[in-house]
Every structure is written in C-alpha cells, then in structure tokens.
Design a protein around this ligand. Structure first.
Ligand code: AR6
Ligand code: MG
Length: 365
C-alpha cells in the first residue's frame, strides 16, 4: 500500500484509536527521556548493550520496585507546549515563552542545554518585551541549531493532526522562541512531520520503512525549498538540503545488514549529538529500523525496541530516545506501552492525562 493511501485511510481513524495514539506519542516521548537519561553522553560497548537489555527487561518486570527514573528538560518543555495548546483557544507565543521560563526557574536542574538558559534569563529580565529577540541573538546571531525545538514538538504534531499547514506554522513559531538557526527549525519540523505520518498509519498496517522514508524526504524537500526562496540563499550552500541528505543516509542504512559495526556507521553518518542535525534523522532511523527485529535486542514490542535501540547508540540518549519513542507511540498507540515500563517513569500518569486533555481540546464531542 502506498504511504499516501495509508495516510488517507488514517484520516478516518476511529476516535478511540486517535486518543490512544495521542497518549502513546506523549508516553513515548516521556519514557525515552526518563529511561534514556542515565546513559546520556555515554559511548556504548557491546557489553553495555547486554546491560541495557537487562535494564529494560527489569523495567518491564512487575516485581521490580526500584524508584522511578526522572525526566529531563525534554519533558519539562513538552509539558509547556501541551499546556500552551490546551489552555488558550489560539496560539499565544508569549504565553508559551512564559511557560518555558517559569518551568525553568522552578526546576533549573533538569539538564537544559547550555545556550538556551541564557535565552530564559533574557526573556525574564526583559519582561518578555520581544519574545523572539533573545533566541535570535544566540551564538553571535547565528541562532541555536540544538535539538531543543525538535524534542518538545510532539504535542503540536498531535494537536494539528488535521491541519498540516498550521502544524508547520505553529511548530516553526514555537521553535523560534529558543532556536532560530534553520537547522534547528527544520529539525523540529522534520520531527513533527515524522510524528504526523506515523500517527496516520493504522497501527495494524505494517509500515514499509523505505516508503515512509521516501514520503518524509518529499515533505522535507518542500520545507527546505520554501526557505531557499524566502532567504535568497547562495545556491552552493548545500547545507540548505541538510535533512534531505540525511534522509538519503537513513534509507541507505535501512538497507544494510545489522551488526555492531553498523551501529558505528550510524553514529558516524547520522550522529548521536545534541544538534538537531545529528539527532532528528537518527531518531527517525531508530524507529524505522525497529519495525523489524534487531538481533541484539530481545523483545517483540516495536515501541520498546525503538527506545532501547536509540539508547544503545549512546550520545544524547534521552533526547534521541524521546523523539524516537514519540514517533513509535504515535504509530502504535497506548496499547503498545508496557504499563510497568511507564510506571517507572516520573510523571507518566500526568503525561497521559495531558495527552487526553490535548485530545479533548482538539476533538470536541
Ligand atoms: N553554534 C555553535 N554551537 C551551537 C549552536 C551554534 N549556532 N547551536 C547550538 N550549539 P541549546 P537545546 C550547541 O543550548 O537545543 C540538552 O541535553 C551548543 O554547544 O540551544 O535546547 C537537551 O536535552 C549548545 O550549548 O540547547 C538537548 O538534548 C548546544 O548545542 C540538548 O541539550 C545545545 O543548544 C540540546 O538542548
Ligand atoms: Mg537531552
């Protein structure tokens, strides 16, 4: 079945299925964040992969009673984005900026990026006079290309599931409050588009990874082109096609046989860093690769496999697993989420409620 046909079918998803997918998506974002954060910054060896397998086995074991895993800035900011959508009838970006800042000053030790903290201070000190100015001044005016916009975009992709144009517009404006570099913005849009596409697949229909990737490529090409037109870019600036190039690599890697060396190649070519460019395509790859069995990971569950695989790549594990988990959850819905795995994560009950509120705010009875 073609991707487009599947998407059309998905427009007719039953209400209960849609609600379950909203919850699956935000739970995926949370679980990837909480369970990935203990491995943040690590280089993962073959032995570590076995330990990570046992770690997830334990988290899914009903008799395991260790304290929960804490969430980080990924979830702190995702919470604010969800609230921004549910609490106001129209997008109010000053409200969102205030939510980000309040959340940060309430709990500053959630692992925020080093640059973005400066934006929060400037927003607060300027009393939110010009909400886009502090972000535009980052990195000597270049703007941040960190993955902070992408890691928190899931609620926007869900809320605007029926209005693609609005989804791209709101995701852009919400990202630019902290990230103005085009790689940061396009990365957030690619993550939103991936969630949107996954959401619209019937969870019982098998996704063809190559076709999914080709559809993403088609959509990101449009997004990267739009900016070329408006910004009068030098044609030789190939980085303006950065995400198209990355998706070509995703497709190439999907065609290769799995072994530990392939993981090395994934890290070298797609990346596992804190820039959007080195993490959003990686998260998409983690999801698409996990649609099939991975020899080093023992589970039948695609949702868990996606998150576990993302963590075994090391680097920015919490954010990459969070983004990959959001895509997997949007496809599979809440039913794919092991309740014990969820219970081991701080805020899992609350994030599921936030997903329900988001659904209720959108799909009025
Ligand atoms: N030039 C040089 N370095 C940059 C640039 C740039 N234009 N943009 C970003 N960086 P930041 P985030 C580097 O602070 O995106 C946390 O672990 C720079 O080293 O905007 O919100 C989160 O969980 C900068 O400090 O934060 C995310 O996983 C860093 O990228 C991750 O950090 C992050 O950019 C990114 O958070
Ligand atoms: Mg992170």
């Amino acid at each position: 079945m073609s991707v487009l046909k599947s998407v059309t079918m998905a427009a007719r998803l039953e209400a209960s299925v849609l609600k379950s997918k909203f919850k699956g998506c935000l739970l995926g974002a949370l679980i990837g964040d909480c369970t990935g954060s203990p491995y943040e910054g690590d280089t993962i060896t073959h032995g570590d992969k076995l330990i990570i397998q046992r770690y997830y086995d334990k988290l899914e074991d009903p008799s395991f009673t260790a304290p929960f895993k804490s969430y980080t800035d990924d979830t702190a900011m995702t919470k604010s984005v969800a609230k921004f959508l549910t609490d106001k009838p129209e997008p109010d970006y000053k409200f969102l900026a205030r939510l980000f800042v309040n959340e940060y000053f309430k709990e500053p030790r959630r692992g925020y990026g080093e640059g973005v903290v400066e934006v929060f201070h400037k927003l607060k000190n300027s009393k939110f006079a010009d909400i886009y100015k502090p972000a535009s001044e980052q990195f000597l005016g270049a703007g941040s290309f960190g993955n902070g916009g992408a890691m928190r975009v899931a609620p926007i992709a869900l809320y605007f599931y029926d209005n693609y144009k609005a989804m791209l517009e709101v995701a852009t404006n919400a990202t630019r409050l902290t990230h103005t570099h085009f790689l940061g913005v396009h990365g957030a849009l690619l993550q939103a588009v991936a969630i949107d596409l996954a959401l619209k697949f019937n969870q019982n229909v098998k996704i063809n990874p190559e076709r999914f990737c080709a559809e993403l490529f088609r959509r990101i090409r449009k997004i990267e082109r739009i900016d070329e037109d408006t910004d009068e870019i030098d044609e030789r600036d190939y980085s303006r096609k950065a995400y198209q190039e990355k998706l070509k690599v995703v497709e190439y890697l999907l065609g290769k046989k799995h072994d530990d060396e392939l993981d090395e190649e994934v890290i070298l070519t797609l990346g596992n860093g804190i820039s959007a460019y080195e993490s959003v395509p990686t998260a998409i790859y983690c999801f698409l690769k996990s649609l099939q069995e991975i020899p080093s990971i023992q589970t039948d569950n695609i949702f868990r496999r996606t998150i576990q695989y993302a963590v075994t790549l090391g680097g920015d594990t919490d954010t990459i697993a969070s983004m990959a988990g959001a895509i997997a959850g949007a496809y599979l819905g809440e039913e794919a989420v092991n309740p014990y795995l969820a219970k081991h994560c701080e805020f899992s009950k609350e994030i599921a409620e936030m997903a329900e509120n988001l659904y209720a705010a959108k799909v009025k009875p």
